[in-house]
Design a protein around this ligand. Structure first.
Ligand SMILES: CC(C)(COP(=O)(O)OP(=O)(O)OC[C@H]1O[C@@H](n2cnc3c(N)ncnc32)[C@H](O)[C@@H]1OP(=O)(O)O)[C@@H](O)C(=O)NCCC(=O)NCCS
Length: 221
């Protein structure tokens, strides 16, 4: 997930389209999810380790204070234009444990690529599809924060914000991320060969697309 919207995922202002503005917070007693904001700059700067890519944009950590402030500003602007939004995940004590991102629009294929049949329903959702991504700070991993946070955010996107589908793209070798997706009720749709690139200077890799649709049971969890 990059910082520049790919073609077809431009900013939209129409009030008829789904919102990315979460008022208040979502909570399940273990994790709380709320909009990423200026209060998160210090936590964000402190928590992304050197060499690790997080969800907010290309380029590995660590994040300087300026970079973290820029990320928060960028996602606040994205939220206002209904293009993308950042969210903080907090533990039961209110400490920052990770982040999630929503980016409006369906998967974007390279020009000239013929879409596989399994992708058509997601492409048809157009601006009512939204991609989700998640990241947990290393000391907080393995406690269910990503799974719970993703489930809360997907529920909100489908039941309150007005999206028809929430989708993920996951490297098929990322078993932990696939476990998060399954635990949050996402079902695999198919695999796009060579579709994803973790960093602009890295080669592409295959990408599994998973989806949760409104009005359908959320699967296991
Ligand atoms: C992937 C990531 C978000 C998972 O975050 P997390 O908060 O630790 O995830 P959860 O605690 O909700 O764990 C989800 C599942 O993974 C399993 N898991 C967690 N850490 C694991 C590990 N190190 N090895 C194996 N399984 C692990 C959990 O047991 C759980 O499986 P279960 O539901 O079958 O019990 C986190 O590892 C991360 O930020 N990684 C780097 C960024 C990334 O890969 N993001 C996803 C991009 S698509």
């Amino acid at each position: 997930m990059g910082t520049t919207p790919p073609p077809g995922r431009d900013a939209v202002e129409s009030p008829d389209l789904p919102t990315l503005s979460l008022e208040g917070s979502l909570a399940d007693g273990v994790v709380t999810v709320r909009a990423l904001g200026p209060d998160d700059v210090a936590s964000l700067a402190a928590s992304v380790p050197a060499g690790e890519s997080a969800v907010w944009g290309p380029g590995p950590g660590p994040y300087s204070g300026d970079r973290a402030a820029g990320v928060v500003r960028e996602y606040e602007e994205g939220r206002r234009s209904r293009l993308k939004a950042g969210f903080a995940a907090l533990d039961a004590g209110g400490s920052f444990v990770g982040g999630l991102v929503l980016q409006a629009g369906p998967p974007t294929l390279e020009p000239g690529t013929i879409a596989p049949a399994w992708l058509l329903s997601l492409l048809a959702d157009g601006p009512r599809a939204v991609e989700a991504a998640y990241w947990t700070a290393p000391p907080a991993r393995g406690r269910g924060y990503a799974t719970r946070g993703l489930r809360l955010l997907a529920d909100w996107a489908l039941e309150t914000a007005g999206f028809r589908s929430v989708w993920l793209e996951v490297d098929p070798v990322n078993r932990v991320s696939l476990a998060v997706a399954a635990g949050a009720g996402f079902a695999p749709l198919g695999t796009l060969p060579g579709h994803c690139r973790d960093e602009p200077d890295q080669g592409p890799h295959d990408c599994r697309i998973l989806v949760r649709r409104g009005g359908e049971p959320a699967g296991r969890g």
